[in-house]
Write a protein that binds this ligand. Structure first.
Ligand code: FAD
Length: 680
């Protein structure tokens, strides 16, 4: 077997990639990994008739979405469990969490946690209220410091700087440190020392989880739904080598199987890429290797403790959040009040996982948890759990960690680099390649949609080029009275297909269809041009607007815009409509502003730009159809262009609407309401 494997691998060099053999399986798109990203990409490609094979190392789908059954048939999510966002709504430019949408399509029942549904305390020397106040002040301090700074400074360094500024003693400093740890670092699966504060605050995903939404069933119901109609998943196929050139990719697996494809979508976790278990030939470019190296990949593990019946007498969701005496053993505990199931989940992150304390001495870890619980419930005699289950993502060779975070070593462009295709043949998806929603299932899902779209564009560019070549070839031929016009064109087209540019999913059009499509393309092109022209006549473009300099801008009035909740009121039909709250997040490096909210027309998302220099903001509100007011909500866009008014201490300017049936404009004001509360 080994000989056969070596033989196959030896044959596989870039020079002879095209050599075909009966034991090489060919397909148009090969997807490596059947986590949520791989499954979604496979599902979309299959829907579009593109031939696809999924290679999965494990003998199951789901990847880091993995649920097991206890002896009593309790469903325990060892990986993802929460669908983050407020009732499915996420303030990052997308109205709803797409995973939430999936649960609705799949008829999966979901339950809601309340944001303040929290029993217990941090083991702090000071009252929670006081520490929360320090923390809020600390976050404002970090936000201000990072806004104009370009250096990567960790949250831990900012704790020290803030403590110095406030003349904190060591006890106060370490209390704030612990609080910040649990609020920020724990969820990222790492330490405060490792996270770039600027990177974290500039990326929108960090503000998601104000109100996690929890499934009533296991999370795998979602990945099972995605996998439902996929017939092309090869289990137990551990990819060991990827050979590629400008035309083709060949993938070798540990079983000695070789696959050949026009495109390969790599969705393996960042931990696997870091481990260099997969050999690339030629080696990945240095910029890609640097990105893989610098982006952080955290550790986050769960322990489930099960009893025969619920013994706790509280209905709160979160039991307790604890920083134990030992820095290496910190955890927090939750229980599920909705289904009344008798288990408690404990979470360990960062050093607590890598130090291995908890794994090396499972009994001691469990005893520590039980002692903590006993202190919380002094009147109940807590018996040892009947079953214990622990995850081990950290050592799992198909994960090597939990999910990505923004490390202090990271460069701004690294996540973009990670997702960048190579030769337009190797494409990358998965949680870590999502620049906004890294670390989450919805990040993985959206990355798959992004890559599927890229593939689609690549396919169609080829299709359009082919049509033009064919039409021009045809016209040349007919002008020279070459009666074999159609045949020549077609033969040329077939030839291109046979060398692999066109795939099985796309049918060869005949000459008539090609002509019609050409005319259609011209019509679409002119309509797009007309649309652009007509949209630009009544207002400046958003880019032009924010760059307009006015004489009266004083330096202290620059950069008034901050991320947070804003109130807007707009003037229409001779009156102001109420202030409506919406969230806006500002990325100072890209100047982008994203957010969402709801007003009397409907739910909307916001995308736009802001200039610190001119203090001007230009955003586009896009309504989501079928929300709120069905007679006025057409899923239309509203452009809002506002400038800072230092007397009123708010932004003001104009809104513009241009739809097929209506165009209009009016006044609008935007006032800052409050900053985002840190995740509870
Ligand atoms: C403990 C924990 C808790 C979490 N909690 C949440 C949560 O509550 N909410 C949330 O939204 N997100 C959560 N996440 C994050 C979420 O699980 C991930 O972001 C998401 O599942 C990643 O999906 P993916 O498709 O990018 O990668 P994966 O799911 O890891 O899929 C990659 C696939 O590639 C396969 N693979 C790896 N190596 C090879 C190879 N050499 N050859 C072939 N196949 C290979 C793997 O087996 C896997 O199936 C959590 C993660 C962990 C670990």
């Amino acid at each position: 077997h080994i000989e056969q494997y070596n033989y196959r691998v030896k044959r596989l060099t870039v020079d002879n990639l095209d050599s075909r053999s009966s034991d090489v399986r060919t397909t148009k798109v090969l997807i490596i990994g059947s986590g949520i990203a791989g499954l979604e990409a496979a599902r979309l490609l299959q829907q579009n008739g593109v031939e696809t094979i999924v290679l999965e190392a494990r003998n199951r789908t789901g990847g880091r979405v993995w649920s097991i059954r206890s002896k009593n048939n309790l469903m325990l999510d060892m990986g993802a469990r929460y669908i983050h966002g407020q009732y499915g709504s996420i303030p990052s430019g997308l109205l709803t969490n797409p995973v939430w949408d999936l649960t609705r399509s799949a008829n999966i029942s979901i339950c809601f946690g309340e944001p303040h549904d929290f029993l217990g305390t941090y083991p702090l020397y000071y009252s929670n209220i006081l520490v929360q106040k320090w923390y809020d002040e600390y976050m404002l301090f970090v936000r201000e410091e990072t806004r104009m700074s370009s250096s990567n400074i960790s949250f831990a360094d900012y704790v020290n700087l803030f403590a110095q500024k406030k003349h904190f003693n060591e006890k106060q400093r370490s209390t704030l440190y612990n609080f910040a740890y649990f609020t920020i670092a724990d969820r990222e699966g790492t330490e405060l020392e490792s996270i770039s504060a600027k990177g974290y605050l500039d990326r929108s995903s960090v503000f998601y989880g104000e109100e996690p939404v929890i499934c009533d069933t296991d999370f795998m119901a979602i990945t099972d739904y995605l996998a439902k109609n996929l017939t092309n998943i090869q289990f137990g196929e551990i990819v060991t080598k990827i050979d590629y050139n400008k035309n083709l990719v060949k993938v070798s697996t540990k079983n000695g199987q070789i696959y050949q494809a026009e495109f390969v979508l790599i969705t393996v976790p960042l931990g696997v890429l870091k481990s260099k278990q997969i050999e690339f030939n030629p080696q990945l470019p240095q910029w890609k290797l640097d990105a893989i190296d610098r982006i952080g990949f955290g550790y986050y593990e769960k322990i489930y403790l099960l009893w025969d019946q619920v013994w706790w007498n509280t209905t709160d969701y979160y039991f307790f959040q604890s920083a134990s005496k030992s820095i290496n053993l910190r955890y927090w505990i939750t229980a599920n009040k909705w289904n009344g199931k008798p288990f408690i989940t404990c979470f360990f992150a960062g050093k607590a996982v890598s130090s291995l304390t908890w794994k090396q001495n499972k009994n001691e870890t469990v005893k520590d948890i039980l002692d903590t619980l006993q202190k919380m419930f002094p009147n109940i005699k807590i018996t040892p759990p009947t079953e214990i289950y622990m995850s081990n993502w950290n050592e799992d060779p198909f994960s090597y960690g939990s999910y990505s975070y923004i490390s202090v070593n990271q460069k701004y462009e690294d996540p973009f680099r990670l997702s960048e295709p190579i030769n337009n043949r190797l494409l990358f998806a998965g949680e870590a390649t999502n620049t906004d929603t890294y670390g989450y299932t919805h990040g993985a899902l959206l990355s798959a949609r992004r890559e599927e779209l890229i593939m689609h564009i690549i396919f169609h560019i080829f299709l359009i080029i082919m049509i033009f070549i064919n039409v021009i070839g045809c016209q040349d031929a007919s002008s020279s009275r070459n009666s074999s016009c159609t045949r020549i064109g077609r033969n040329h087209f077939y030839h291109e297909r046979s060398i692999g540019l066109m795939g099985n999913g796309y049918q060869l059009p005949n000459t008539m269809i090609e002509h019609l499509m050409t005319i259609g393309l011209f019509i679409v092109f002119y309509m797009a041009l007309y649309q652009l022209w007509s949209n630009s006549i009544s207002m400046p473009s958003n880019e032009d607007y924010i760059n307009m300099l006015t004489n009266d801008i004083e330096e202290e009035n620059c950069g008034q815009f901050v991320s947070g909740f804003w109130l807007s009121r707009y003037y229409h039909y001779d009156r102001f409509y109420e202030p409506y709250q919406f969230s806006l997040l500002f990325n100072s490096q890209t100047r982008e502003v994203n957010g969402n909210g709801v007003d009397d027309i409907g739910k909307f998302v916001v995308n736009g730009i802001y200039s610190i220099n001119t203090n001007r903001l230009a955003i586009i509100k896009t309504y989501r159809e079928e929300t709120e007011n069905s007679t006025e909500n057409f899923g239309h866009n509203i452009t809002i262009q506002v400038a800072w008014n230092s007397n009123q201490y708010h932004f003001e300017g104009k809104w513009f609407i241009k739809t097929r049936n209506y165009s209009g404009d009016g006044r609008i004001e935007l006032k800052f309401e409050k900053s985002f509360r840190a995740m509870a």
